[in-house]
Design a protein. Structure first.
Length: 345
């Protein structure tokens, strides 16, 4: 692997007693190697490591001292075994970098002076795998695990979270092959070290460290995703209160708009139901009439006919015209050709 010296301004000088600490920043990719400078070859020089996140580094406390055992490969903490080697004059060579190696490496001399190197590890090819992350919005994150080269991996992948197998969790949705994991909504359990492992090739292991973003990081994320609601009080992993309020108001307005439509639908439904009831009642009456005997129907028809004739007789007026011959009746004296009308009830 190439020696990673990106971001280093090599301006080492002799450190004297009481001199301020010298600080450098180095940026490397996973799988590369880095030289941690010190500038002193004293046997009393001490090295300390301050990891960026203790949870990702799987240590307790804020720092740990780096020591060597009987052999040059026996290093404490054990995570550096066979990866951290001493280089003259007084520097350290760290190989096969992983993201959990991030942090500050301090070389402390006997006179109290220090050389501090801040190491930042980015996504890269490590053990034939590349693990990366992508923020979709302030509450959704996607992890991906792909082979470094265009090689088809048999059996897919599985994930470890802080040394525990991911398994089935409501906030983590995995693809069929396990190459992608969607984290939504974000939970406190997601922060730390994520490992992607090949099922068919156990030596293919790579990792990524997830740390909770600060308010400044959230503002930077919002610049790349302007459609995502963001306020200074909102950070990844926290619920988006403003977005929830907007959805509540939208649901209320939609409900109010649906009330008139629902009223119209209910009105038409009632009218249709009343029409069906009338048709059903008429059909029942017709069926009942058909089930009656013929004699009963004939008697009912005759009674109805008599009732109608009676009503017609009592309600009619009949007129008769009588014409008396002239000179026949001595008791009625009327002029000739006189017509007398009589009303008969």
């Amino acid at each position: 692997m190439e020696l990673c010296l990106l971001g280093i301004l090599m301006d080492l000088f002799a450190l004297k007693k009481g001199h301020a600490a010298h600080q450098e920043r180095i940026i490397c990719a996973s799988g590369e190697q880095v030289l941690l400078p010190c500038g002193s070859d004293s046997p009393y020089t001490r090295w300390f490591w301050f990891p960026l996140t203790s949870r990702c580094a799987s240590i307790t406390g804020e720092s740990v001292e780096i020591t060597w055992g009987p052999t040059k490969y026996d290093v404490t903490p054990i995570r550096f075994n066979r990866r951290l080697m001493y280089q003259s004059p007084g520097s350290l060579l760290l190989r096969n970098l992983v993201m959990s190696d991030e942090g500050s490496y301090v070389c402390r001399l006997p006179n109290g002076s220090e050389t501090r190197t801040i190491l930042e590890v980015t996504t890269g090819c490590h053990n034939n795998l590349t693990v990366s992350s992508q923020w979709l919005n302030l509450s959704s994150l996607r992890l991906s695990c792909q082979p470094c080269h265009s090689v088809k991996v048999k059996g897919g992948f599985y994930w470890m979270v802080n040394s525990e197998r991911l398994g089935r969790r409501s906030w983590a949705q995995k693809s069929h092959s396990g190459s992608y994991v969607m984290l939504n909504p974000l939970q406190p359990d997601i922060w730390g070290r994520w490992e992607c492992r090949s099922i068919a090739n156990p030596t293919w292991v790579s990792e990524i460290c997830l740390k909770q973003h600060t308010t400044e990081d959230a503002a930077s994320l919002w610049l790349f995703h302007p459609s995502t609601p963001w306020t200074a009080a909102t950070a990844p992993g926290e619920p988006d209160v403003k977005g929830i309020e907007v959805w509540i108001w939208a649901a209320v307005m939609a409900g109010l708009a649906a009330v008139p439509v629902l009223g119209i639908v209910v009105c038409f439904w009632k009218r249709k139901l009343a029409g069906r009831k009338r048709k059903r009642r008429k059909k029942e009456i017709d069926n009942a009439s058909l089930r009656k005997p013929a004699g009963v129907l004939l008697q009912q028809n005759e009674e109805l006919l008599e009732r109608e004739n009676l009503e017609e007789t009592t309600a009619s007026l009949h007129y008769a015209q009588l014409q008396l011959p002239p000179g026949k009746s001595p008791f009625i004296r009327t002029p000739d050709s006189t017509t007398v009308y009589a009303a008969i009830v």
